[in-house]
Design a protein around this ligand. Structure first.
Ligand code: NCD
Ligand code: ZN
Length: 351
């Protein structure tokens, strides 16, 4: 059933959770996000991580250059079309002074990775009690706490659920801190956001919205659908879909697009992360056309995230047309989400 006309324009969207990496991968991936999104919240789990203002500033510059110059040629994406929003990685013992410097350098979020929970989190945090000085500073400065909410030593499908007591301790101790439970993946995670205070939000990815464990290992194993937190049961997916379609302003889009070279994904101990940037937005358009409305789509991708982060709404728009295309099998040596599948929408103009 079609409910949108064959051309739709919506306010330019934001991606509130994005991994861009560095070097060659960054050059390949950044333009794929800039094509669709006006702004993106850039994750700090690079090597080395983004933990001080000098690194934050130089990483932002590297991203801007990668968007504007693909393979050292000028790309056709105008400069004003993509703004990286920067975050830093929280580490045990982090001082207020460092947070203040990061804030001055433009950081809008601090990311809490429980130690060992995901890609490049060996240097993460064991307990929020190790970062109390930083959390107090963030609360004062209005910097958002973004959390990878998984308890690493729990059973893999229970990790999000088992993290929630820690989340509620943080909420209790820092009532003014704005917190995002990133990439909600379970019934319990969704309910925590719904029932939590107004300053608790949650990002939703395209893969948690569309796929389940069946797509990861129900048939032949598909490492390109492996991410943290892992995609879960049909019930969990349904809760996430309902949250995205509910119009609740606590839920907004964050792709968690996380590219890895194929050789690092297809091996024993392969990396977690799904590279969804090239397809996330057209897939969202199809999903909301089938199940929601243009207004719900626009709020989810272009309003609620900005409002949560106290950012102005984007003033430009993006136009898509109904036009089938095949998802490329590879972007350099990275296999994207839904490689080889047919998508129903393509970009028409972006102004
Ligand atoms: C992310 C990555 O590769 O950096 N991986 C993932 O599976 N989502 C890290 C993260 O957000 O967990
Ligand atoms: Zn992520």
């Amino acid at each position: 059933m079609k409910s949108f006309s064959d051309k739709i324009s919506i306010r330019k969207p934001d991606d509130m959770h994005l991994h861009l990496r560095q070097g060659e991968i960054l050059k390949v991936c950044a333009p794929e996000s800039a094509k669709w999104f006006q702004r993106a919240m850039i994750m700090p789990n690079t090597i080395p991580p983004i933990i001080n203002s000098e690194r934050l500033i130089s990483y932002r510059k590297e991203i801007e250059e990668a968007v504007f110059y693909r393979n050292n040629r000028e790309s056709n994406i105008p400069k004003e079309n993509f703004t990286p929003l920067m975050s830093f990685k929280l580490y045990p013992g982090m001082k207020e002074e460092e947070v203040i410097k990061l804030s001055k350098a433009g950081a809008v979020a601090g990311k809490l990775y429980p130690e060992g929970s995901t890609t490049n989190s060996e240097d993460g945090v064991k307990s929020w009690k190790q970062i109390t000085e930083a959390l107090s500073a963030m609360s004062k400065l209005g910097i958002i706490l973004a959390i990878h909410g998984e308890k690493p030593d729990s059973f893999v499908l229970d990790r999000e659920k088992d993290y929630l007591p820690e989340l509620f301790q943080i909420i209790e101790h820092y009532p003014d801190l704005k917190i995002v439970l990133e990439h909600v993946s379970s019934v319990e995670g969704v309910n925590a956001v719904i029932n939590g205070p107004v300053n608790l939000g949650g990002t939703i990815t395209i893969h948690h919205l569309l796929i389940t464990l069946d797509d990861l290992l129900g048939g032949g194993i598909n490492p390109h659908n492996f991410c943290k937190p892992v995609v879960k049961t049909p019930k969990d997916r349904e809760a996430i879909q309902n949250a995205a379609l509910s119009g609740n302003r606590k839920f907004f889009f964050g792709s968690d697009s996380a590219p890895h070279p194929e050789s690092l994904k297809i091996k024993t101990g392969g990396n977690a992360g799904i590279f969804s940037a090239p397809v996330a937005f057209p897939l969202l358009v199809s999903f909301f056309e089938k199940n929601g409305s243009k207004e719900l789509l626009e709020n989810f991708t272009s309003r609620y995230g900005a409002e949560f982060y106290n950012l102005p709404l984007n003033s430009s728009s993006i136009t898509l047309e109904r036009k089938e295309s095949k998802v490329p099998e590879r972007f350099s040596d990275i296999v994207p989400f839904m490689a080889g599948a047919t998508i129903e929408w393509d970009i028409s103009t972006s102004e």
